[in-house]
Design a protein around this ligand. Structure first.
Ligand SMILES: C[S@@+](CC[C@H](N)C(=O)[O-])C[C@H]1O[C@@H](n2cnc3c(N)ncnc32)[C@H](O)[C@@H]1O
Length: 301
């Protein structure tokens, strides 16, 4: 079967996680990483995804391994509860391949991309009762829009774009919004389309992505048995910064010198990657999406 998403940094993921007996893939997607991990000898995988279409594709893709994989529609935020259902209080490996998949980007009806018209949706979970990108764009105040474009898109022209949106709303489709953004910022000769950052910001806001990563990493570290590994692939600096800070804090040990009353702290993990692993030229050539991927891996002490 053709898989509509090419898994990034597959080899380093296999190198670091192939010996796991129990592994959680918190972002199953089409199941590409999980397929390769099961093929490499991982005992059993619990695969989670919020996207019901991804779940269906993964079920089909992974049917050969049906006895060694448990596929669950749900968020990685709740991985501890889903692991407990399997009777797992500890696991050997956890993988988070954050963000959006190629199949989500390539399906205009999901509203993640703006090259073809689609509804302004952007929810990972199509069944969730949560605000869509259209709800945000059409109802939030200028200050609220400016804030998310700046914080989640690092967009220089946040205020200008927010103002133009308020003046021209309502918006129904991705392309209507992208065209307005293109008209409201100064022209750039090269680089990304001017709507790229705003679309990233809206997706992060719709799915509350950064808060979910912050909440999940401590739980994931907690769930690992000694020697177990957590691997996180991020695709932009906002995500990578959170991963880096949480890993640094958990790997730092504070020992009070005699006579000083410093609050002591034990490290719970060690960093296996001081600098993130990135895709090599060959991978970038074959899969341009891998260009911005950064992989950080830690091991439980
Ligand atoms: C980059 S793709 C994963 C691709 C997968 N590793 C593969 O090789 O096919 C990211 C996936 O994470 C899912 N996702 C995003 N946020 C999630 C969350 N909080 N819980 C579970 N899945 C989530 C998305 O729906 C998407 O399918």
């Amino acid at each position: 079967m053709d898989v509509p998403h090419v898994s990034v940094l597959l080899q380093p993921i296999l190198d670091h996680l192939h010996t796991a007996t129990r592994l959680i893939d918190g972002t199953l997607g089409a199941g590409g990483h999980t397929y390769a991990l099961l093929q490499a000898g991982v005992g059993h995988v619990l695969g989670l995804d919020l996207d019901t279409q991804a779940i269906q594709i993964a079920q089909h893709h992974l049917h050969l391994f049906s006895e060694r994989v448990t596929i669950q529609h749900g968020s990685y935020v709740d991985m501890k509860q889903y692991a407990a259902v399997l009777g797992w209080d500890q696991v050997d490996g956890i993988l988070l391949d954050l963000g959006v998949s190629s199949m989500q980007l390539d399906t205009p009806e999901r509203g993640f991309a703006f090259m073809k018209p689609g509804p302004l949706d952007m929810r990972f979970d199509q069944n969730a009762m949560q605000a869509s990108a259209a709800d945000i764009v059409n109802t939030w105040t200028e200050d609220e829009l400016t804030d998310i474009f700046f914080r989640y898109g690092e967009e220089r022209f946040s205020r200008q774009i927010a103002r133009a949106i308020i003046r021209n709303r309502p918006f129904e489709t991705t392309t209507q919004l992208a065209t307005l953004i293109e008209k409201s910022v100064p022209r750039h000769k090269k680089g990304n389309h001017p709507a790229t950052r705003v679309f990233q910001a809206l997706r992060i806001a719709v799915n509350d992505e950064l808060a979910h990563i912050e909440r999940t990493l401590p739980d994931a570290i907690d769930l690992l048995r000694p020697g177990g590994r957590l691997a996180v692939i991020s695709f932009h600096s906002l995500e990578d910064r959170i991963v880096k800070h949480i890993f640094k804090a958990a790997s730092t040990e504070i020992v009070s010198p005699p006579g000083m009353m410093l609050q002591e702290k034990r490290a719970t993990i060690k960093l296996l990657t001081r600098k993130p692993i990135v895709a090599d030229e060959q991978e970038i050539r074959l899969n341009p999406r891998s260009r911005s991927a950064k992989l950080r891996i830690v091991e439980k002490l």
